[in-house]
Design a protein around this ligand. Structure first.
Ligand SMILES: *Cc1c(COP(=O)(O)O)cnc(C)c1O
Length: 375
């Protein structure tokens, strides 16, 4: 059996262990401590805008707290990009609110600003003004930031920016993770940097960060005994996990460069293959290329390509199956234009890790080339 090539696997810098050892030596094993503060500071200075970061247990918990901070409650509607991972949509349901899904445009594969406007107008005409909009920078490609923000502003609806896949991406030289009224990051195992599991909420004011931390640490009021006037959560990142994050921050930029190189290598290798297309960066958009994705033409059987790779012990995955097609959301209201359905039918994510070797990328490319010669 040939060695396994993963879609996107953890890639340590070597510095992580030092921070973890320090935490052990000083007995800071609790869900607070110098690594948490250090990691938050590293993220704040990387994002390079007036923002405040609170480190949490996951990107999902960051989305949940974002909805709470915006006052989303039972019976509210929240607009959500349909083409995404389910973690974007699930916290809407945790709040007892209802997701309303909006389809994508073809240039970035993210939420279509025109369809967003249509959806908002239609919801308002039904007496249900959406409480928030969740937009996602899929696979690291920034969404149409100016257009989405303009629509949101016109209707005075806050945007939650799901930047789980796009740390290190930017739009017109401003970092992803700073465009939302609130933004979230993820450090799950397969993301561009990982803390094994983790996430963060990015806020515009210190008060919002403090409120997020308060809710994330069981909402304890200021008293010598345990006093609670709010429902709390256990969502704070631990000092051990944050140590991994500090080590990962030292190599974030080099990992972005390597992932972008992977993408370039695929583009060059398949330049003359008319069956294979890519999503290119529109002007002003800089993608971290978290995952390199190919778009196969309608004559090509996407599942055939995936199985050919699997036979060679190479992991690949169809693009996200849109939320409006998921059994769990089958009764949801959706505004659909066919784009995310088509991307799901024709798209495939290829191995994209920052630790891929030249030899491994060559194996991926030659397996795909062989498929097209023999199919
Ligand atoms: C990974 C991911 C999340 C969830 O982050 P976790 O840290 O795994 O909870 C949310 N949204 C998107 C788009 C993601 O890819």
């Amino acid at each position: 059996m040939k060695s396994k090539i993963w879609l996107s696997s953890p890639h340590m810098s070597g510095n992580e262990q030092n921070y973890i050892n320090e935490a052990f030596e000083t007995n800071w094993i609790a869900p607070l401590g110098p690594n948490v503060t250090g990691f938050e500071n590293d993220l704040q200075s990387f994002l390079n805008e007036e923002r405040h970061v609170a480190a949490l247990v996951s990107g999902t918990s960051a989305l949940h707290l974002s909805l709470i901070l915006l006052g989303v409650k039972q019976g509210d509607e929240v607009i959500c990009q349909s083409k995404t991972f389910s973690a974007t949509a699930n916290p809407i349901v945790y709040q007892g609110a209802t997701p309303v899904f909006v389809d994508s445009e073809m240039e970035t594969w993210n939420m279509c600003p025109m369809l967003l406007e249509t959806a908002i107008k239609d919801r308002i005409s039904q007496g249900k003004k959406p409480k928030a909009i969740i937009a996602v920078h899929l696979y690291g490609m920034p969404y149409k930031v100016e257009e989405i923000n303009a629509v949101a502003k016109a209707f005075d609806i806050p945007v939650i920016e799901d930047s789980a896949e796009s740390l290190g991406s930017h739009y017109k030289n401003q970092n992803c993770g700073t465009f939302g009224d609130l933004s979230i990051l993820s450090f799950n195992g397969n993301k561009i940097i990982t803390t094994s599991g983790g996430g963060a909420i990015v806020t515009r004011t210190l008060e919002q960060k403090q409120k997020a931390v308060f809710l994330a640490t069981q909402a304890r009021d200021d008293a010598p005994h345990y006093l609670h006037s709010h429902i709390g959560y256990n969502y704070r990142m631990s000092n051990i996990v944050a140590g991994i994050g500090r080590g990962q921050m030292t190599i974030l930029e080099s990992h972005v460069l390597k992932r972008r190189m992977n993408h370039e290598t695929y583009v060059t290798a398949f330049r003359n293959n008319r069956n294979i297309n890519f999503v290119h960066e529109p002007e002003g958009h800089f993608s971290n290329r978290w995952l390199s994705c190919i778009l196969l033409d309608s004559k090509t059987n996407r599942e055939g390509v995936r199985l050919a790779l699997q036979k060679e012990n190479i992991e690949s995955r169809p693009l996200w199956k849109p939320m409006h097609q998921q059994p769990v959301f089958k009764n949801s209201v959706s505004y659909i234009n066919g784009v995310s359905d088509e991307l799901f039918e024709r798209g495939l994510c290829l191995p994209s890790g920052s630790n891929l070797t030249d030899n491994e990328i060559d194996r991926v490319i030659s397996t795909i080339n062989t498929y097209f010669v023999t199919c």
